[in-house]
Design a protein around this ligand. Structure first.
Ligand SMILES: [Zn+2]
Length: 76
């Protein structure tokens, strides 16, 4: 009976130790997939993915047209 109790304790400890790690792993994968940084156009205010945004000295824009309207230029 004492042996059975230890088995249960070890099983419970194993479950507690392994479960949160798995959950964190899934959460990390999910957030990496959906966490695309969003940018807002400094001219028209439209939201777009940051890798599609046009970079200016004053901020990010949705297009090069809006960057020129804002009288900004590419810092690069
Ligand atoms: Zn814009």
């Amino acid at each position: 009976m004492k042996y059975l109790l230890w088995v249960l304790v070890i099983a419970l400890a194993w479950w507690v130790l392994t479960r949160p790690r798995k959950a964190t792993h899934i959460k990390t994968e999910k957030s990496e997939a959906s966490a695309q940084e969003m940018a807002q156009c400094a001219q028209c205010g439209v939201h777009l993915p940051q890798d599609e945004a046009v970079c200016g000295e004053k901020g990010l824009y949705c297009s090069t047209e809006h960057r020129s309207i804002a009288q900004d230029r590419n810092p690069a």
